[in-house]
Design a protein. Structure first.
Length: 149
């Protein structure tokens, strides 16, 4: 899967922790979902301004494409964008990159999550709040988001 990084505005620098590393010196495959989660939450808070008191978000599904290993010595960042918006669910895409000393970025991992707007009190999915929906569309460029309403 080849990703065009120019279609991603949001970029989050990820510090690699010693606890992220497996016995072979690579970031453990289970940690990639944590990197996605950290980036997703920062995106929702900093960019979208998601009102978690009004509507929660749960994950319906996540996919990871491991392309190249990441080690404890690497500097990495995670790009993220909303790629599809439905009535109560939406998709987000991720790209993890290694950043070289000269600033070049090499794609190591891609991923996708299906997120669902959720009412924890009623224990059911709900429509994506209007303000959050509009902010995702405005930030991630309407031409890049598939609207499936």
């Amino acid at each position: 899967m080849t990703e065009n990084l120019s279609s991603y505005k949001y970029k989050n620098i990820i510090p690699i922790r010693f606890s992220d590393i497996d016995a072979y010196g690579n970031v453990s495959n289970t940690i990639y979902l944590t990197y996605f989660e950290i980036t997703r939450l920062k995106y929702w808070r900093e960019i979208i301004g998601w009102d978690f008191d009004n509507a929660g978000v749960i994950l319906g599904r996540s996919e990871i494409n491991y392309l190249k290993p990441i080690t404890i010595d690497d500097q990495i960042a995670c790009y993220m964008r909303t790629s599809r918006i439905g009535n109560s669910s939406f998709d987000v895409m991720y790209v993890l990159v290694k950043i070289s000393a000269d600033g070049e970025e090499e794609i190591c991992t891609t991923g996708k999550s299906v997120c669902i707007s959720y009412d924890y009190k009623a224990n059911r999915s709900i429509p994506i709040p209007t303000r959050e929906r509009q902010r995702m569309i405005e930030y991630d460029e309407p031409g890049l988001i598939t609207n499936t309403n």
